[in-house]
Design a protein around this ligand. Sequence first.
Ligand code: C2O
Ligand code: CU
Length: 464
Amino acid sequence: TITTRRGLLQATAAAGVVAMVPRLALGQATSDVLELAAERTTLPLYPGVPSELWTYNGVAPGPEIRVRKGERVKVRLTNRLDEPTSIHWHGIRIDNAMDGVPDLTQAPVPPGGTFDYDFVAPDAGTFWYHAHTRSWDQVARGLYGPLIVEEDEPVFDREHDLTLVFDDWRLDGSDALDTASLGSLAEWAHGGRLGNWLTVNGTSVPEYTLRAGEAYRLRLVNAANARIMAFDPDSFGGLVLAYDGQAVPEPARLGYAPLLLGPAQRVDLLVRPGRGGSFSIAEVSGGAGVEAVRFVVEGDATASQDLVRLVPNAIPEPDLEKARQVRLDMRGGAMADIGDAVHKGEPLVGEAFRRTRQVWAFNGVANLAEEPLFSAAGGESIVVEVHNATVFPHAMHVHGHHFRVVERSGSTVDEGAPWRDTFLIGPRQTTKIAFVADNPGKWLLHCHMLEHAAAGMTTWFEVV
Ligand code: C2O
Ligand code: CU
């Protein structure tokens, strides 16, 4: 376990600071190219204390990219770091060549180099982008930002549509970003890197003003390396509109607590504040809640009763009867056995993990088997039955596709088999996901606890 002087995510008052993510709207002109520069930037994470971050365009989170559903997105990445990088557009059912995975879908962009991303965003919803080269390091230093795809006819105008990107940073004894602890093998073998400083849109407890009687959409993104965040939307009357960018059929009261938001997951909430006062969203994964973001409600209208419904995206329904069954066994980590696993053909026995840094395996292989997990014909339905034989929870992400969570041992699929791009699986749990493999190319399937992904929990599949 990680203990710090400050304990878990203790927030101090940076009250009154309103952190707005800079918004770069691409508008309708599809010839616009958005420039993103990955660069070193000195910013205060803890008020008054400079930290060296790695950012897109000098801000962390990076600029909010907003496009319309079906719009073409063009981004030129310039690498001003001293090491290679690349960008992954998380949750976008994207053209494979634009997926940002080094050595699988593109060559990593060298220092001084550029890469032109050019893709269509087929689904409306809340997505994000982040570095996908040494991501356990680059994301922890700040290389991520929100990507919002608006509906054809947006239900909320910009004033009623707020993006809230959560991160838990690790500060050191002087309250600067702790980079010395990056890459700790002990953390790779346990629950990953957990931080001690919670920010929303880069600020501790930012404050937003809402108008009583109006309806707002809050888009929550968990950009943490490894923390499964937890929230209680019922406590402030929040209704769930969407998971991982995909609308649920009706705005729904959760009815239980907490709502878990794993690394890389998103949830869109509808809030309709009534007159007066204020409310907060607390992050409750540590038990006692930590205030994360505060809303001041102005005006004295009663709460809006407006019916709000998002139009779902068209995602092909998997055929569960005819689906090809794939099994994925997750093993390894501290306090469990990795079995007869290999990495690049080398058995992971004895002290091999110190050199290879591989401590987890999927079906007996740590990090990128030569053969894909499966190779699907375009349009084939796939069921992946995932067995987690480790004693840790994981946040499993499938690239290029959304899937339904159709079965989960030891609990009901309480959200009604939602579409997701990242699912949580508990220790010793089995979960089945189903999707139509309809996007040609080579796609990763990995744990989004970024230390786990680097330490073995990464595989891939192919759609031909
Ligand atoms: Cu959000 Cu493979 O990543
Ligand atoms: Cu994991």
